[in-house]
Write a protein of this length. Structure first.
Length: 291
């Protein structure tokens, strides 16, 4: 069995928690939409029942029915409190929860990263999973604090559990949690383990061919190796190659840097002057060597 490095296990584990977190957020998003629809229907039914009671034949029986309806703390079959503007705040609360779940899903996906880095840094790449888990716990507690249906209850409890797990992972991995589970950072780490530069070009075969040609001096070795490249010919004969491909003989070819080269340079007007000997002012005068 091939053992993977510890970083691979951390990458797989964090991404499993990431997928489960996205699933829990999607479930909470769906369940809150369902609850919102049920609340609106329950509020409409409650208002219709109040209108029917107020338009009854007997005023006393109608007033009794309205008082009976007002005794309930919550509207029947909903999570809306039976108080002034209760329906408004209940609907607004559900819309806030739906909006927050959308933001958390996008932060888990990591898109758009620049938006979160600039406007919501705690959900960006520079922070860990602690803030994400805390928000999930707050949302789960807000949903579970009301009497809801089974689907919403299970979804909220599942998200609350994932929020606790994200807080724990945030304490363990701290700010490096999101970078450890990122697919792009994993690819960059894999590329860094491989060489990303090309080494120098091996020119030894060309140099060896030139040396063998020069040692052969146009004999059997030159015939065996064929015609040498132009720069080898220039090294051997002391000539230069012009831009049009013609080869010209250099005027100082074969003279080197010895006495012959100095004579050839002097005949062309190029003289080498020797520096004048000088002594520092504090040095004693040199004795006359002729005496």
């Amino acid at each position: 069995m091939v053992m993977m490095p510890p970083r691979a296990y951390a990458f797989i584990g964090l991404n499993i928690v990431r997928i489960l977190s996205i699933i829990s957020l999607i479930l909470v998003f769906s369940s809150n939409i369902v609850t919102l629809v049920h609340d609106v229907k329950a509020v409409n039914s409650f208002m219709e029942a109040g209108k029917v009671a107020s338009t009854g034949v007997s005023a006393s029986s109608g007033n009794a029915t309205i008082e009976a309806l007002q005794d309930f703390d919550y509207i029947t079959g909903s999570t809306v409190p039976n108080q002034p503007a209760g329906a408004f705040w209940a609907v607004l609360n559900r819309l806030f929860i739906i909006g927050q779940t959308v933001v958390l899903i996008l932060s888990e996906i990591g898109w758009p990263s620049k938006f979160f880095t600039r406007f919501f840094p705690v959900l960006g790449k520079e922070f860990g999973l602690g803030a994400l888990g805390t928000i999930q716990m707050f949302l789960g507690a807000a949903i579970l604090s009301h009497r809801v249906d089974t689907f919403t209850l299970v979804s909220a409890f599942f998200m609350f559990s994932l929020g606790c797990l994200n807080v724990l992972l945030g304490l363990i991995f701290r700010e490096g949690a999101k970078s450890k589970r990122s697919v792009t950072s994993w690819r960059e780490h894999a590329k860094s383990a491989l060489p990303t530069h090309v080494g120098p070009v091996d020119i030894r075969p060309m140099v060896n061919a030139g040396e063998r040609y020069m040692s052969g001096k146009g004999g059997a070795l030159s015939e065996a190796w064929g015609s040498p490249p132009p720069f080898v010919k220039n090294l051997h004969t002391g000539s230069t190659t012009t831009s049009d491909g013609k080869t010209e003989k250099s005027q100082f070819s074969g003279l080197g840097f010895g006495r012959q080269g100095e004579k050839a340079a002097a005949s062309k007007g190029f003289l080498i002057s020797k520096p004048v000997e000088s002594l520092p002012k504090y040095a004693p005068p040199r004795p006359n060597q002729g005496l």
